[in-house]
Design a protein around this ligand. Structure first.
Ligand code: PRT
Ligand code: MG
Length: 211
């Protein structure tokens, strides 16, 4: 057991945008994350270490208290089941939109529409609000292929520049939610390790205020 605070961050774009924040906070990982194969890494702050894991695993580590803090996309948090996690701060990084998209209007098949997405819960909520009955097909990646292969009529996916949609002949149809990365905390840790966690949280708050 360690008494350091553990911060879970996902590989990929969130890590890339988080590193400058951590540097500003004096909490940069002491090893080059692009090179090291280590997944549990100390930081310049002796009270804090980071674990670098899959984006979808970050909330799980925090829910179970294996990490005290985590940085996760709102898209992932909206899909979350269960308790134990508290959203502390909108970090305003890795911004994008959750969108409904598809081929040109009128090219959809008749009958009940099929929708490909990784975001089943958000899609279900969206279509329920619209009063539309659709068949949702869960995919784990490359949602754009759904309409191109005839698997589905529509997709619900993240859009940033829109280049991926355009490159695949798809069009945005509706804006479902604004997405950014959030700092989350384990609820029990917040009580038990209040002072240390609050110190780190206010460092995050200051660092994003400087952007
Ligand atoms: O790869 P792995 O399965 O481990 O995880 P991941 O693919 O979820 O990780 P990563 O690093 O790709 O994304 C992590 C988080 O970044 C997401 O959970 C979002 O909160 C956030 N984010 C911000 C994005 C985007 N912008 C984004 N544009 N995640 C993905 N995309 C993808 C999108 O799915 C689509 O394929 O980029 C494509 C669209 O981008 P544009 O610019 O072409 O519109
Ligand atoms: Mg990815």
């Amino acid at each position: 057991m360690t008494d350091k605070i553990t911060l879970a961050i996902s590989k990929g774009r969130i890590l890339k945008e988080t590193i400058p924040l951590l540097e500003r906070m004096g909490m940069a990982p002491v090893e080059d994350l692009g090179k090291t194969r280590k997944l549990l890494i100390d930081t310049e702050n002796p009270d804090v270490r980071v674990v670098v894991i899959r984006a979808t695993d970050v909330p799980t580590y925090v829910q179970y208290g294996a990490a005290d803090l985590g940085i996760a996309g709102k898209d992932i948090l909206m899909e979350l089941e269960g308790d134990g996690l508290y959203e502390v701060l909108d970090l305003g990084i890795c911004k994008c939109r959750l969108m409904l998209a598809g081929k040109q209007a009128g090219t959809q098949s008749g009958g009940r529409l099929r929708v490909a997405t990784k975001y089943v819960k958000s899609a279900q909520q969206y279509f329920a609000q619209q009063g539309k009955q659709v068949e949702i097909i869960k995919l784990y990646g490359s949602m754009e292929l759904g309409p191109l292969t005839g698997l589905t009529d529509l997709i619900v996916d993240l859009v940033d520049t829109g280049n991926t949609l355009r490159a695949n002949g798809l069009q945005p149809i509706d804006h479902i939610a604004d997405i950014s990365s959030r700092l989350v905390a384990n609820k029990a840790s917040l009580k038990v390790r209040f002072d240390t966690l609050q110190a780190v949280i206010s460092q995050f708050r200051n660092a994003i205020a400087e952007i």
